[in-house]
Design a protein around this ligand. Structure first.
Ligand SMILES: *Cc1c(COP(=O)(O)O)cnc(C)c1O
Ligand code: SF4
Length: 435
C-alpha cells in the first residue's frame, strides 16, 4: 500500500453542465464567439468534469486542441453549424421555451439507440425480462448496477450519453438479486462484467452488495469478475484516499482470495491519464489486492488518432503491470461523425503501434467494432485475385461458430462502421447477417 497517496485530497467538486462551463470560461481567454459557441453546445450535449481532470489532466495552455479538453468538454463543431446558430439565437433572445424545444429536437436527431442494444439483449428469466442485465455472448453477462450509472466525467464521444440526459426509459438499472437468480439458471456463464456509467462511482458497500453474493460456492462456474471503470484515469483517489478506499481494497482482496480472477477494465483514452503520481498510486493499490488491470479505449479522432499515442499508452500500461486489452472503433451514435476514424485508417494506426511494441503489449486486440452481431476485428487490407479487400473476423459473436473465421469486405477507404461495408464474396455474406 502506498502511504503517500493518502495525503492527496479527493476531488473537491464534480461540476455539472453550467458550473463546468464556468470553469472553462474562467480558465481560457476565449473570444465572445467562442464563448457563445461553448455555451450553446453545452446546452445540448451533457457534460461533467471534476477538479482532478481540470487541475491535473487538462493542459490549459493547449486548449482548445488539448486532447483531454476535447475528451471532456463538448466542442462547437460537434453540432451542425445551423443547429448551433439557432441555439445561440435563442440564447441571446433569452427565449427559453424555443431553446428547450430546439435542444430536444437536436438530441433526437443524434442517434440515441445504437445498434438496438437494449431491447435485443435484455435477457429473460421464466419469461420475465430482467432489466440491467445483458447476455449477448455465451460466457459473459453484463451487469449495470442501479447506483453505478453515472460517471466522474462524461466523455464527449460517449455512447451512453442518453443515459446521462435523464430520460427514464433510456436508463438501464440492475439489482443484485436479479443477477444472482439469473446466474443460478445459467451455469454456462464464466464471466460477470460490472459496468455503467462507472460502477466505481458506487460506495464500497453498494459494490459489495453486487459482488459478495457471486463468491458463494454455488457459483463455482464463475471464473472472472470484471469491473469496467474510468476511475484510474479520471478519479484515481477513488482507490487511495476516498473514505472507503480501504474497504474497497478489502473487497477486491476477498474476490481474489475466493480463487477468481478480478479484472479492473480500465478505460484509458490517452497516455496522459497514466502519467500522474495519483494514477500510479491507484494502480499499485489495486494490484496489491491481486486484481489485474486491463486497459481499453476507443480510437477517437482529434484525441488519440496517431500510432505514437497508442504505443505510448500500451507501453505505459505494461510498465505499470497492466495488460493492454482492446482498441475499439467509436460506434455509430452521439456526435459520432465528429470523432470517427475510417476503418482502413484505424487499422493503419493499430498496425503501426502494434509493430512498435514488444510482445508483452501485443495482448491488445483490435481495432474492434461492437456491432449488432458481434465484435468484429479489422485484420487489414489485402489483395485477393486482383481485388482489394478488407480482412475481418469475429472476436465475439452472437453465433459462436462465426468466431475466428476470416471474411472479406470490399475495400472502402471511407467506411467507418460495419454497416458501411459490403461483402466481397458469397461466403462472406453470412457474416454480414445476409444469407
Ligand atoms: C465485449 C463484450 C463482452 C466481453 O467480451 P470479451 O471478448 O470476453 O471481452 C461481453 N458482452 C458484451 C455485450 C460485449 O460487448
Ligand atoms: S467513462 Fe465510459 S461510460 Fe463514462 S462517460 Fe466516459 S465513455 Fe461514457
Amino acid at each position: 500500500m502506498t502511504m503517500t497517496s493518502r495525503q492527496h485530497a479527493a476531488p473537491s467538486f464534480r461540476a455539472l453542465g453550467q458550473r463546468a462551463l464556468g470553469e472553462l470560461l474562467g480558465r481560457t481567454s476565449f473570444r465572445q464567439e467562442q464563448r457563445d459557441a461553448a455555451q450553446a453546445v453545452a446546452a445540448v450535449l451533457p457534460f461533467r468534469v471534476n477538479s482532478y481532470v481540470l487541475d491535473e489532466l487538462i493542459d490549459w495552455a493547449a486548449v482548445p486542441e488539448d486532447p483531454i479538453f476535447r475528451l471532456t468538454f463538448p466542442q462547437p463543431d460537434m453540432l451542425p453549424a445551423a443547429d448551433l446558430g439557432r441555439i445561440i439565437h435563442h440564447m441571446r433572445r433569452d427565449a427559453s421555451e424555443q431553446l428547450q424545444a430546439e435542444v430536444q429536437a437536436i438530441r433526437r436527431r443524434l442517434n440515441q439507440h445504437p445498434a438496438g442494444q437494449i431491447p435485443r439483449t435484455t435477457p429473460r428469466l421464466d419469461g420475465v425480462p430482467i432489466p440491467g442485465l445483458q447476455h449477448k455472448y455465451h460466457q459473459t453477462i453484463l451487469f449495470f448496477p442501479r447506483n453505478g450509472q453515472t460517471c466522474h466525467a462524461y466523455c464527449t464521444y460517449c455512447f451512453r450519453w442518453p443515459q446521462f440526459t435523464g430520460e427514464p426509459d433510456l436508463k438501464i438499472a440492475g439489482e443484485p438479486d436479479h443477477l444472482v437468480d439469473y446466474l443460478r439458471a445459467h451455469p454456462e456463464v464464466t464471466d460477470v462484467l460490472i459496468t455503467g456509467g462507472d460502477p466505481m462511482v458506487m460506495s464500497a458497500g453498494n459494490l459489495a452488495r453486487c459482488i459478495e453474493p457471486l463468491l458463494a460456492p454455488e457459483f463455482s462456474h464463475l471464473t472472472s469478475i470484471r469491473i469496467g471503470t474510468k476511475a484510474i484515469g479520471y478519479w484515481p483517489h477513488r482507490f487511495t484516499s476516498a473514505p472507503d478506499a480501504d474497504e474497497l481494497s478489502r473487497l477486491f482482496e476477498r474476490v481474489t482470495a475466493s480463487g477468481r480472477h478480478l479484472a479492473v477494465m480500465a478505460h484509458i483514452s490517452h497516455p496522459r491519464e497514466l502519467s500522474t503520481i495519483h494514477a500510479r498510486d491507484a494502480i499499485t493499490r489495486i494490484r496489491n489486492t491481486g486484481a489485474v488491470i486491463r486497459t481499453q479505449a476507443p480510437l477517437i479522432r482529434t484525441v488519440n488518432d496517431t500510432p505514437g499515442i497508442w504505443s505510448q499508452m500500451w507501453q505505459s500500461t505494461v510498465r505499470l503491470g497492466g495488460v493492454p486489452y482492446y482498441m475499439f472503433i467509436e460506434r455509430d451514435t452521439g456526435p459520432y461523425e465528429y470523432f470517427q476514424v475510417p476503418l482502413t485508417r484505424a487499422w493503419e494506426i493499430f498496425r503501426d503501434a502494434y509493430a512498435s511494441v514488444s510482445g508483452l503489449a501485443r495482448t491488445v486486440r483490435g481495432p474492434s467494432m461492437s456491432a449488432t452481431l458481434g465484435k468484429v476485428c479489422i485484420d487489414g487490407v489485402a489483395e485477393i485475385g486482383g481485388q482489394r479487400v478488407l480482412v475481418l473476423h469475429y472476436i465475439q459473436g452472437r453465433n459462436p461458430s462465426w468466431v475466428g473465421h476470416p471474411f472479406f469486405a470490399n475495400y472502402d477507404p471511407t467506411a467507418a462502421w460495419l454497416t458501411d461495408l459490403k461483402p466481397a464474396d458469397t461466403l462472406s455474406k453470412r457474416f454480414f447477417g445476409e444469407s
